[in-house]
Design a protein around this ligand. Structure first.
Ligand code: F3S
Length: 645
């Protein structure tokens, strides 16, 4: 029978279950990646499993998120990451080497392999023909231990590309069009598979831009075939031997189809505060811009940066605009410095930022009050930039560079007088792996450094007979992991759960954690009530770990995003959804709730809850796998692993 590319790779990695029909499956993971914001917890959890070495083909630890904050915490955490990598057989990518997804694509990604990363934009690897999935740190730790990764057998949606992009229209505009069609919710347990003759007109970095932002639709991942373009990219990276040809069979059957004519695409922009708020750039033409930031794992390849340099060449940015440019990797930065592009950028008035996440995660470059910021990154959630009133718009590098010059939204297809930057994929990248530290054959002599910021992963207790407590917070739709567990200035506490927990829901309600502690002190449980798409955004498992630490026992929502639902189960928090959506309106903050015999009830897919304050019974759904049920009953995945050990 003809197979999709997704089915082929999943079938060749299948370890548990049967593919199709939404069945729960377990797949073997070939490669893992972590970044520093999620990595410390992942390696602490891996250490807790008691294994000497990672068991999979390749594990890489990147330091790219928190590279420039003040205080000892980050430096100590990076020291821990470096030493634990050497001890356990993990490749360490030093700060300055670049953003995990860009660097992984350049140096390690291989067609046909599976990659699990503790970062939600791990699907970037789909651009090179991998099944690359974002997950919580604990899931990645388990994969490093050689255990299968569990997921729901996905629906495969074909996105068929026709034609060829016009000059000034780019891969970012393609994925913004996909977001316009699919939105940011309701696409869980789906994979976008790109097909059609338009695929061969796109280079690997362009394909990766498209896969990267598929994450915003909530899909499990996105994937492109591996073809001559893939081979050319790998050859230019000195890795032609890693190439294999991979594509769907003729006549493969998909669950859905969306066709895109690349030739008819227009420059697009995602408006505040959701990547799904997509309009044309032309519709905002002339709107004043105060800040432009170019970079992030979405748009920081050599080709992206070279285009920007050529647009800026010989021009000066508008005097009311601050332009920051962060090349995605040291490889890209070196190439730009050697071909004169860096000089063009600097001459235009751009500020060259470190090859790291930086602005994307709100670590610096926060816009001014109500400031309009154009960014090439992938998320524009309220407050993520570090300025609550900041107005962040997501655009292509072309739109960003032109708008930095004019000081206003500029449609690249309008007559702006700048010559089109025709950039071709280089035949040879500048390869220099000296900022990787490869682990010794035997790491048993390596002393693992632990600074005072590093705590043990918190423990949870098995599920109680009855849950009995209060709605500690009621929130609306589209609550992101940035709302639950703020990054930015707070991220340095990521390895110290008692301290980081004080900031849970800080952007929404700064007294949440105090109320949780008060309830805990009087022997009561905490419940979170939420609207649709709760936990969207990043793979940040701290958005489950810290609430667990504060005694949150259940999240009751209209819907919960895939990675966050997994993280909740991993840490023993029961994910529940309303059987009738309108029941959301029947809860208020401080309502007293009871769920009797919870362990028994979650054996089925319905759970009855009593709202004592409203004197009502409400039926909830508990759509979880057998494995997740076992985790919840034991108080989380770590407890299960310990029981097995
Ligand atoms: Fe980093 Fe932003 Fe990507 S935080 S990994 S550049 S989404």
């Amino acid at each position: 029978m003809s197979k999709t590319l997704t089915e082929k790779i999943l079938a060749s990695h299948l370890e548990e279950g049967t593919l199709g029909n939404g069945n729960p499956i377990g797949i073997h993971i070939d490669q893992t990646l972590t970044q520093d914001a999620t990595g410390t917890m992942a390696y602490l959890q891996f250490e807790a499993m008691g294994l000497d070495r990672v068991q999979n083909e390749l594990a890489v630890s990147y330091v790219d998120h928190n590279t420039i904050q003040v205080g000892f915490e980050n430096a100590d955490d990076h020291h821990y990451l470096q030493t634990v990598a050497a001890a356990k057989g993990v490749v360490f990518s030093r700060p300055g080497n670049g953003i995990c997804h860009q660097v992984h694509l350049e140096r390690f990604g291989k067609p046909g392999k599976t990659l699990l990363g503790s970062d939600s934009h791990t699907p970037t690897g789909g651009g090179i023909g991998m099944i690359a999935i974002g997950a919580g740190g604990l899931d990645v730790a388990v994969a490093m231990a050689g255990q299968p990764f569990h997921l729901i057998s996905p629906k495969v949606i074909e996105i068929r590309l026709h034609g060829k992009l016009r000059p000034w229209v780019s891969a970012k505009d393609v994925i913004l069009t996909v977001l316009e069609r699919f939105g940011v919710k309701g696409n869980v347990n789906c994979i976008f598979e790109y097909t059609g003759e338009g695929v061969q007109t796109l280079d690997v970095p362009e394909r990766s831009t498209i896969c990267n932002m598929g994450a915003e639709c909530g899909v499990t991942t996105s994937i492109f075939p591996s073809d001559e373009k893939t081979r050319a990219f790998l050859k230019a990276q000195g890795r032609e031997e890693d190439w294999i040809e991979l594509r769907a069979d003729e006549g493969a059957v998909y669950d859905d189809l969306f066709e895109i004519d690349l030739s008819a695409m227009e420059p697009k922009v995602a408006c505040p505060h959701s990547p799904g708020n997509v309009v044309t750039v032309a519709s905002l033409s002339g709107k004043r811009v105060e800040q432009v930031l170019i970079g992030s794992c979405t748009n920081s390849s050599y080709a992206d940066m070279k285009k920007v340099a050529d647009i800026l060449d010989g021009h000066t940015i508008a005097e009311h605009v601050s332009l920051g440019i962060a090349p995605g990797s040291r490889e890209v930065l070196l190439m730009l410095s050697q071909d004169g592009s860096l000089a063009k950028m600097i001459a235009s008035g751009a500020r060259i930022l470190e090859s790291a996440c930086g602005f994307c995660i709100g670590n610096h470059q926060s816009p001014g009050t109500d400031g309009v910021s154009l960014r090439t990154s992938n998320r524009n959630f309220e407050g993520r930039s570090g300025t609550k009133s900041g107005q962040v718009y997501l655009v292509s590098p072309e739109t960003a560079a032109l708008s930095a010059l004019s000081g206003q939204f500029t449609d690249p297809l309008s007559s702006h007088g700048i010559a089109f930057p025709k950039v071709v994929q280089p035949e040879q990248f500048l390869i220099d792996d000296s900022m990787f530290i490869f682990p010794p054959e035997n790491g048993s002599d390596v002393e693992i450094f632990r600074g005072p910021n590093i705590g043990d992963p918190p423990k949870n207790t098995p599920l109680k007979e009855d849950l009995d407590g209060f709605v500690t917070i009621k929130v609306g739709d589209k609550i992101t992991t940035d709302h639950i567990m703020p990054a930015g200035a707070r991220l340095k506490y990521r390895s110290n759960i008692p301290v980081y927990s004080k900031f849970v829901f800080e952007p929404v309600d700064e007294h949440f954690s105090e109320r949780c502690v008060e309830n805990q002190d009087r022997g009561k449980d905490n419940f979170i009530v939420a609207g649709a798409s709760y936990g969207q955004g990043s793979s940040r498992e701290h958005a489950a770990i810290c609430p667990m630490y504060l005694g949150v026992k259940a999240v009751i929502a209209v819907s919960i995003e895939r990675i966050h639902q997994n993280n909740l189960c991993n840490f023993g928090i029961v994910p529940l959804t309303f059987e009738k959506e309108e029941d959301y309106t029947r809860f208020d903050q401080n309502d007293e709730l009871v769920i009797e015999n919870i362990a028994e009830q979650i054996k089925g897919d319905r759970v009855v809850l009593k709202n004592k304050t409203k004197s009502r019974e409400i039926t909830l759904r508990c759509d979880i796998t057998e494995g997740q049920r076992a985790m919840l009953i034991s108080g989380g995945l770590l407890n299960i692993l310990k029981e097995k050990a």
